[in-house]
Write a protein that binds this ligand. Sequence first.
Ligand code: HMG
Length: 383
Amino acid sequence: MKVGIDAISFYTSPYYLDLKELAKVRNVDYDKYAIGIGQEKMAVAAPNEDVVTLAAHAAERLRTQVDFSQIDFLIFATETGIDQSKAAGIYVHHLLGLSSHCRVLECKQACYSTTGALQLALSRLKEFPDSKILLVASDIARYPLESPAEPTQGCGAVAMILSTNPRVMSIDRESGYFTQDVMDFWRPNHMREALVDGHQSTKIYLTLLEKTWDQYSEASGRNFLDHDHYCFHLPFSRMADKAHVRLAKSCGVLEPSGGHIEKTKVYARDMGNAYTASLYISLLSLLNLTQKDLQGKRVGFYSYGSGSVAEFFSGVIEKGYRDASFAQEHETMLKKREAISYETYEMYRGFDPYNEEMTAPTDSYFQFVGIEKEKRLYRKEHN
Ligand code: HMG
């Protein structure tokens, strides 16, 4: 029985800061951003957006392809938690009008938690093949102003329906996984911005790539050239180049084809790190932007979450992927975005809903409207 992704969509803020603008303000050569880390724009969440509204928008798009009344489990992966107790997914469950007979959970382990949740959900589908699981991953990446990590910020959400007989991708059984207690990136409860040892984090990312690959490759019997494409977790798009070369080299392939990863990096370059959503946005980038038919192609996935847990797994693209991956809608969404000034970027990223009056720059369907008596409030704009 095949299990995997039956429909998939992503969403990002309608606002971005062009990194040319950031380079001017920071007095940095723009090529460091465009070439050195491979980033051109960073998506910036407006005051009336948060991980709930981003996730609800990503999921709402799936409604045209999926009967939402059948969803019996919603898993919300994030590292931009909005409450220590209540799962952000409950707000999404309400905004989408899902059935009350639906479990809701929130998952955390940096950027890895979506993959951990995916694997747990797929095991469940093997026992309950009629189940339909909505997995959403949503984050707003924030680092201190003027830090080396600042140009890698971004925000976005991905939403997937997981089911048996999936239309987009069936996930292979074998995987390799690895955990190591390390302080490469973390965000203490009292801080809005992540702390990171950037160079250490990229080293660990690459070390765990080899360790997870070895276990995956031994379990599956597949080698480097058995995969047509590779999706790597993308904290910045150049990371995929480093990972691709490193993996190829460790497998004895000296000149790997750039075609393995070229299309997977395009969306990330245009929006920045979306933490838990990034790996799956890179899959959408591949599916949406590749002209030739991808049915039957095998993709290798590397998921990395600082702290750290990593996993290597793979999947095969199914024949219905074009109908259930929303290429046109994603293109329109990205084209309609608006560039903001550096000053607006500082204002949006610093907005504090506890102490500042809410402004509502976006007229998006789902909106965060503020906090009253410590309760977060949301609305559907057109209902
Ligand atoms: P940095 O230290 O300022 O950059 O920040 P650098 O000096 O290392 O330069 C970066 C690259 O640009 C270098 O190339 C330079 O040579 C090149 P490389 O050596 O890598 O090949 N460069 C130029 N190229 C062209 N023209 C120029 C120029 N100048 C320099 N003029 C760093 C880089 C990644 C450290 C920083 O952005 C950072 O701290 N980022 C955040 C951490 C991160 O993204 N880590 C990635 C792995 S960990 C991960 O993926 C998990 C994460 O998503 C969190 C989670 O799991 O939740 C982050």
